[in-house]
Design a protein around this ligand. Structure first.
Ligand code: PLP
Length: 599
């Protein structure tokens, strides 16, 4: 059994003829459109189906068995149940084929052992159409990770192999992925930077091509509300950095939450979410989603007993938390939550906006879906709104606690079940093909372009943000005007141990501190900063400062504010990548004014 991307490229590159066992003549069946796709890519397909023996599918004669084929074949692609696979493996060996390929949902260790013993390459639970389109970059409907990096032009189909390793390298290093993943030189022009495809729509080759795209039988771009090549490159980069299967980029972080939840929720279903969330998310979950009939219950995410009781309720469809919470810096015990979610057969979704995949990989600790406001550190320059839904591919949608839009027949796509048709790729495919299509919170291509540029320096920036934040936090702790600094890098912080377990590079660069002299002192401080920008954002290259009590939390009563962890003198900082001496000097100057009482 192989899963190695380069090996699959090799097989698909050197093969010319593919026998398809269980070939259907019905255009709505996967075997039909897989054959059609492969034929279009230049492969000769050979349909095998005893019922249709002697007839013709897609211009090719149908044979009764593999043994009846009078010429040599390279791959045997199997659309039959696992119990038939050992016999098919024996026939594949006798035919001289070099690869036994079992489709999505089909696995047989016995067949694999038989074929491997005779030197055949075995692939299980995968589709050659999806693998070919994923690895050659043809997949327009979603940014699925190819796992392949290359500085060579995109050529389709992938060239035969005189190139070393087919022209690809594989790497899991964030610095390399940030620069290369998803962004090969453009096939048509050689442009080294992924072009900004500033177009609303994409032309069809002919009527048949248009129909296949609309039926999701062929990968490609139809209309900018569903997909765009610049955005697909970004999706691949984000998913690669996460070690995930794929991603769906959308208009904002809030849009990401809507898109991520939509496939799983229904009226009467409930989200269990952390109390320690970004305030805007709390409003979205508890107030706005209510009108969809979606319920939300907030729990103290550090109280695992309370979380356990909450997720036991049968209507619960999802557990949601932030890895590193905005603004109070709480660090979530992702691994413990994932155990609870798995027991209840519900997915665990983690908003990783504040940490990014460079500092924290929630998937390693069992998160199934990871969300981003890419507006923050991911794009990193405060110039592009965006969001991302990332699928680790770890949740088995077919055996979840509830049926869902992924498992139910979809009337808008001829009754297909996404989980059945697209296997592991069903969630992200559904996010594009159904949620973006019908709800429309699509990322603007320009924002995808800017975010792609920003991401190239993400690892460098995150290191610098964290180094600077540590120095600023230490400076503030020593200052006479400050009573408390909420930064998890201090050993006395209640989050210190979790910071050591879950975060690399530091304890984050967004944190709060409290001024002894309260509300007026807070306002005076922000007004006297000259280098730190006074605004409501985080994760910019620039250092940012805000006094929540007079801005983001001003509508709340004193009591509500205190509950949200925001006192009259609380200040939120997002430390940038300037020289730390200059950031500290600016804060020291402004704090001097606060202490002296002058203006
Ligand atoms: N998640 C977190 C942790 C955030 O801080 C924010 C915004 O501040 C969001 C989600 C929402 O993102 P956006 O503003 O891009 O909609």
């Amino acid at each position: 059994m192989i899963n190695d991307n380069i090996k699959i490229v090799e097989i698909l590159s050197k093969s010319k003829t593919i026998a398809v066992v269980g070939a259907s003549d019905d255009w709505k069946r996967p075997s039909f459109y897989v054959m059609k796709y492969l034929q279009k890519q230049g492969y000769r397909i050979v349909p095998i189906n005893p019922r249709l023996k002697g007839q013709s599918i897609l211009g090719e004669t149908v044979y009764e068995t593999i043994s009846a084929i009078p010429f040599s074949i390279d791959i045997v692609d199997v659309f039959r149940p696992p119990q038939e696979c050992p016999d098919i493996a024996r026939q594949a060996i006798a035919s001289g084929a070099s690869c036994l390929w079992m489709q999505i949902g089909i696995e047989s260790d016995e067949a694999a052992a038989i074929a491997q013993a005779e030197g055949l390459t075995v692939i299980m639970n995968k589709c050659p159409k999806i693998e070919h389109s994923r690895l050659s970059g043809l997949l327009g409907n979603g940014g699925f990770v190819s796992g392949l990096l290359s500085a060579r032009r995109q050529t389709v189909p992938t060239p035969p192999i005189p190139l070393r390793n087919g022209g690809y390298v594989e790497s899991n290093n964030p610095e390399t992925l940030a620069v290369h993943a998803g962004t090969r030189p453009d096939g048509a022009t050689g442009a080294r930077i992924t072009p900004l495809y500033q177009t609303a729509s994409f032309t069809f080759d002919d009527a048949d091509h248009a129909a296949s795209l609309y039926d999701l039988q062929e990968p490609g771009n139809v209309y900018g509300r569903l997909s765009n090549p610049t955005t697909a490159a970004l999706e691949q980069k984000i998913a690669s950095l996460e070690g995930a299967l794929g991603a769906c980029c959308v208009a904002s972080g809030h849009a990401a939450q809507l898109v991520a939840l939509y496939p799983l929720m229904a009226p009467g279903r409930k989200i269990i979410a952390s109390k320690q969330l970004y305030g805007g998310s709390i409003t979205q979950f508890t107030q706005t989603f209510k009108s969809f009939g979606w319920e939300a219950e907030l729990v103290d995410i550090n109280d695992l007993d309370a979380v356990r009781v909450a997720v036991l309720k049968p209507e619960v469809a999802l557990l949601f938390a932030e890895s590193l919470a905005n603004p109070d810096g709480t660090i979530t015990d992702i691994e413990a939550l994932s155990v609870l979610a798995r027991e209840m057969k519900i997915p665990l979704a983690i908003d990783n906006t504040m940490a990014t995949s460079v500092m924290c990989k929630p998937g390693i600790f069992g998160a199934d879906i990871i969300l981003y406001s890419t507006t923050k550190f991911m794009s990193g320059h405060g110039n592009a709104l965006g969001g991302a839904v990332v699928d680790m591919g770890s949740f088995d949608w077919m055996s979840g606690r509830h049926s869902s839009l992924l498992t139910d027949p979809n009337p808008s796509y001829h009754g297909i079940r996404f989980a059945e048709t697209f296997g592991k790729l069903s969630y992200i495919t559904f996010c594009h093909a159904s949620v973006l299509r019908d709800l429309g919170p699509t990322m603007a291509p320009m924002n995808a372009f800017l975010t792609l540029m920003g991401l190239e320096t993400l690892p460098l920036r995150m290191r610098q943000h964290n180094e600077n934040a540590a120095k600023v936090a230490i400076f503030l702790r020593e200052h006479q005007a400050v009573t408390k600094v909420s930064w998890a890098g201090f050993p006395e912080s209640p989050d210190y141990n979790r910071a050591q377990k879950y975060l690399t590079y530091g304890a984050g660069s967004v944190f709060t501190f409290v001024l002894k002299d309260g509300y007026k002192a807070g306002q005076k401080l922000v007004e006297n900063c000259n280098l730190l920008s006074h605004l409501a954002n985080i994760g910019d290259t620039r250092s940012l400062i805000i006094h929540p009590a007079s801005t983001t939390h001003r509508q709340l009563t004193d009591e509500q504010r205190e509950q949200a962890g925001i006192g009259a003198g609380t200040i939120r900082l997002s430390i940038g990548i300037e020289n730390s001496d200059d950031i500290i000097a600016d804060l020291a100057g402004a704090l001097g004014v606060v202490v002296s009482g002058s203006t």
